[in-house]
Design a protein around this ligand. Structure first.
Ligand code: CIR
Length: 267
C-alpha cells in the first residue's frame, strides 16, 4: 500500500434532513428536535467513523423522510450481500430505494418481499445473527432474514421494552456483547459473553466497533466508556444526544460493510 492510500471497510451514512424534527418518536420531543444540532453531531459521528478506519459513503438526504438519517434500519449486510428491508414503521418504507442504489455498486442487493424488519433489530455477533422480534420486526420478516442469511444461523430473540434489539444490546468484540435487561433475556444471547451495562437507559449498551479495534461510545454514557475500557478496548466518544431524543443510538446512524474494502486517502 502506498503512503497516500489506505484500504478501509466502508460505512454508509445519510445526512440529516431539515424535516428531522418530524421524525417518529415514542413520545413527543420537548423541546422540538433541532436539525442543526443533529447535523453538527452527525458530522462528529462521521469523523469518528473515519478516524476509526471506515471509508464513509453518503446517501443524499430526503426531506420527505424525516427518519432517513437512521439508515441502519433500511438494510442488513452480510458479507458481500445486502437485504433491503421493509421497515416496520409505514412512514419509513420509502427510505430504502436510495440506499439500495448506493449499495448496488458495492454489494449484491436484494429486497424483502414479505414481512417487516428494521435493521436495528439485527445483531451480528459470534458468527451468528440474532434478530429481535419487536414492534418493528415481525415473524414473516424473521423468516425472510433467515432465508437471506442461510447457512449462517439466525436466532430470533423476543425484544422486551426497547424499540429494537440493538437499542439495548450490541457487540463490543467477536465474543462479547453489551446488554441491558430492558432489551431481552440474557439467556437468549446464547454462546456470547454478556456484559451488563449500568443505569436505566438501555441505549447505554449501543456501541459501534470500529475497524482500528476501538469502540465508539455515546458521550452521554461515561459509565459504558469505562466499562469498555475495562474490557480491554480503546474508546472513542461522540455526542449524539439529539438522535437519542429521536429514539436512535450509535449503530442506527450507519450501515457498516465490513467485507467491502475501499481504497481511499489516508489523511
Ligand atoms: C424510528 O422511530 O424509527 C426512529 N425515530 C429511530 C430509529 C432508530 N433506529 C435504530 O436504532 N436502528
Amino acid at each position: 500500500m502506498s503512503e497516500s492510500t489506505a484500504h478501509r471497510p466502508v460505512a454508509v451514512v445519510r445526512n440529516v434532513p431539515d424535516s428531522f424534527a418530524s421524525c417518529v418518536t415514542a413520545r413527543p420531543a420537548i423541546p422540538p428536535l433541532d436539525p442543526l444540532l443533529a447535523r453538527v453531531q452527525h458530522a462528529g459521528y462521521v469523523s469518528m467513523l473515519e478516524e476509526g478506519g471506515f471509508s464513509v459513503i453518503r446517501v443524499s438526504t430526503a426531506e420527505e423522510h424525516p427518519d432517513c438519517v437512521f439508515i441502519e434500519d433500511t438494510a442488513v449486510v452480510l458479507g458481500r450481500r445486502a437485504l433491503l428491508t421493509s421497515p416496520g414503521h409505514p412512514t419509513r418504507r420509502g427510505e430504502t430505494a436510495a440506499v439500495g442504489a448506493a449499495l448496488a455498486p458495492l454489494l449484491e442487493v436484494e429486497s424483502m418481499r414479505e414481512g417487516t424488519i428494521d435493521g436495528g433489530d439485527v445483531l451480528q455477533a459470534g458468527g451468528r445473527v440474532f434478530v429481535g422480534l419487536s414492534r418493528r420486526t415481525d415473524p414473516a420478516g424473521v423468516a425472510a432474514l433467515t432465508r437471506f442469511c442461510a447457512p449462517v444461523e439466525v436466532i430470533p430473540v423476543r425484544v422486551r421494552d426497547t424499540l429494537h434489539l440493538k437499542s439495548g444490546v450490541s457487540a463490543v468484540d467477536a465474543e462479547t456483547v453489551l446488554w441491558h435487561p430492558a432489551a431481552c433475556d440474557r439467556d437468549d444471547l446464547e454462546g456470547m459473553s454478556v456484559v451488563e451495562v449500568a443505569g436505566d437507559d438501555p441505549e447505554a449498551a449501543n456501541v459501534v466497533r470500529l475497524p482500528d479495534g476501538s469502540v465508539l461510545v455515546a458521550a452521554h454514557f461515561p459509565a459504558t466508556a469505562e466499562l469498555v475500557v475495562s474490557l480491554g478496548h480503546r474508546v472513542r466518544t461522540v455526542g449524539v444526544s439529539e438522535f437519542a431524543r429521536a429514539d436512535g443510538g450509535l449503530t442506527c446512524l450507519s450501515v457498516r460493510l465490513r467485507s467491502v474494502i475501499a481504497v481511499s486517502s489516508a489523511s
